[in-house]
Design a protein. Structure first.
Length: 122
C-alpha cells in the first residue's frame, strides 16, 4: 500500500493482494520505519457512515463504509474519494502498473493498466 500526502489531501494506492485482503478481512496496514519512530497507515471498512480519516499515535487511519467496498476486488471501480468537514480530500484507489517499466520497481502485484491495451496507432 502506498500513501501520498500533499497539502490537505491523502491518497492510498492498493495492490491486487491488498484490495483482496481489504475486501475479505476489512483491514490492511503498512508502515514506514524511521530511525526513531514508525509511521503506520491503515485502512478499515466497517459500520462507518462515510469515508473519513484520523491521525493518532503515529498512525494514519482511513475508514470506509463496508457497503462501498463490496465486490471492489472483482469489479471495474478504480477507487473512492471524499472530503471531510475540515476539507481533507481522501482518495483510495487501485494501483496500476506503469505504462513504461521502471527499474527497481516490482509491479507484479499491481493491477494491469487499462491504458496498456489501447491502440495507440493512428
Amino acid at each position: 500500500m502506498k500513501i501520498r500526502i500533499s497539502g490537505n489531501s491523502l491518497r492510498l494506492r492498493m495492490s491486487q493482494n491488498e484490495v483482496n485482503e481489504f475486501v475479505s478481512y476489512g483491514h490492511v496496514t503498512s508502515a514506514c520505519n524511521f530511525p526513531d519512530s514508525v509511521l503506520k497507515y491503515e485502512i478499515r471498512h466497517g459500520d462507518y457512515p462515510d469515508i473519513s480519516a484520523a491521525f493518532s499515535q503515529g498512525t494514519v487511519s482511513i475508514y470506509m463504509p463496508s457497503g462501498l467496498v463490496k465486490n471492489w476486488d472483482t469489479d471495474d471501480r478504480v477507487g473512492f474519494d471524499a472530503s471531510d468537514a475540515n476539507g481533507l480530500f481522501i482518495l483510495i484507489e487501485k494501483d496500476f502498473q506503469c505504462l513504461k517499466p521502471r527499474p527497481h520497481e516490482d509491479e507484479s502485484d499491481l493491477f494491469p493498466n487499462p491504458s496498456a491495451s489501447l491502440d495507440t496507432y493512428d
